[in-house]
Design a protein around this ligand. Structure first.
Ligand code: AMP
Ligand code: MG
Length: 355
């Protein structure tokens, strides 16, 4: 694990750019690259498809977007009629087994695993706390302690169970509210990739607000895959070339509330109920977007050394954590600490080495 001390302007940290290698033409001479953009999950989503024809590319991209909308409708906590919200209400009230769809089961089962592995740093039962912090952002007011205590009473990985055999969920307390915001985007990207592959697309990129997954060979002058640039401190720090990789970033760069000079993130510590104030920007690479997404959220919460231990368990993962020193304030120069997982250097080629 490497730890570097440096200076940076915080709000441009870990800006990520992604591009296909050099040429606009895909690997086989007849393949062209087609780009599509739509709003899904309330954010702009870009799909780049390499295909022989416009019609094949468009057909596949449309199917991928449809799948994304379908999954978002199941998993959103912004719609009280989504399957997720209905299930929480029913299971919480009755305490009985509630059957869930294959899609919801897949994500809940993985959420359980990530929560267990991260010792509760990643926890989808944070719903009631997240809602209090959303309100705090709107009103610019610290959540009432009484409400925070109430919310914390219904947060915990041990308050729910999932049964593989019957594909059912049980919730042990009423008012438990799941929030899949830390993992759903990754799953939706992975499912979109599965749709593209099923349509015979041999190379593509799915980019949902900076969380991405790529596969295949996009350029005809490089046989190794897509080029992903990683920048930090506003400048490029590394490059990854891969034909099968996902990347996610987390942190409080865009969604936070400033209260009495302290920045509280939209990511909360499930143990304290407080929005993170550690001003962390995390970048995670993994073989699939679900793993990258969940680990990036978990890593934002955990102390860096502890969080990076998680990475030995998941094959093909690597992480970079940038954490601002506590005395920093917004829009000033900060002292920032940077940590890398041990294998970061094996996956990401430092830009200095390319020159
Ligand atoms: P991400 O941007 O992937 O890190 O996800 C952040 C979102 O995940 C938040 O907006 C919440 O909806 C949800 N969330 C917040 N804190 C946690 C946590 N400790 N574990 C799991 N999900 C969380
Ligand atoms: Mg996440």
């Amino acid at each position: 694990m490497m730890k570097i001390l440096g200076y940076c302007t915080w709000h441009v940290m870990t800006m990520i750019f992604v591009c296909g290698i050099a040429q606009p033409v895909c690997v086989a001479a007849e393949l062209q690259r087609y780009t599509y953009q739509e709003i899904a999950m309330s954010i702009p989503v870009r799909i780049i498809v390499c295909a022989e024809s416009d019609s094949k590319a468009q057909f596949a991209a449309e199917a991928a977007f449809r799948r994304m909308h379908e999954l978002d409708a199941i998993m959103t906590d912004y719609d009280s009629d989504s399957e997720l919200m209905q299930m929480c209400r029913l299971a919480g009230k009755t305490g009985e087994l509630v059957a869930v769809s294959d899609d919801l089961y897949r994500v809940l089962q993985k959420s359980k695993q990530f929560s267990t592995d991260s010792q509760g740093a990643f926890d989808i039962t944070v719903g009631p706390i997240v809602r209090l912090w959303r309100r705090a952002r709107r009103l610019h007011e610290f959540p009432e302690q009484r409400l925070l205590d109430d919310a914390r009473a219904v947060v915990g990985n041990d308050l729910w169970e999932i049964d593989m055999r019957t594909q059912t969920v049980t919730i042990k307390k009423d008012r438990v509210l799941f929030d899949l915001g830390g993992i759903a985007k990754g799953d939706i990207i992975d499912q979109a990739v599965a749709v593209l592959k099923n349509h015979g697309i041999t190379a593509a990129l799915v980019d949902a607000g900076g969380d991405i997954r790529v596969y295949g060979i996009p350029g005809d002058n490089d046989a190794n895959g897509w080029l992903i640039g990683v920048s930090s401190h506003g400048k490029e720090v590394g490059r990854v070339v891969s034909d099968e990789i996902a990347m996610a970033s987390s942190g409080d760069l865009s969604r936070y509330v400033m209260l009495d000079g302290v920045r509280y993130s939209h990511i909360v510590d499930p143990k304290t109920g407080i929005g993170l104030t550690n001003q962390t920007a995390v970048t995670v690479f993994a073989l699939d977007a679900t793993t990258a997404d969940a680990l990036a959220t978990a890593l934002s919460v955990l102390p860096p050394e502890e969080g990076l231990k998680l990475f030995t368990k998941y094959e093909g993962t690597a992480a970079m954590i940038c954490r601002q020193s506590p005395q920093g304030t917004q829009n000033t120069q900060y002292e920032t600490e940077v940590w890398h997982s041990e294998n970061w250097g094996q996956l990401v080629t430092a830009v200095e080495l390319l020159e």
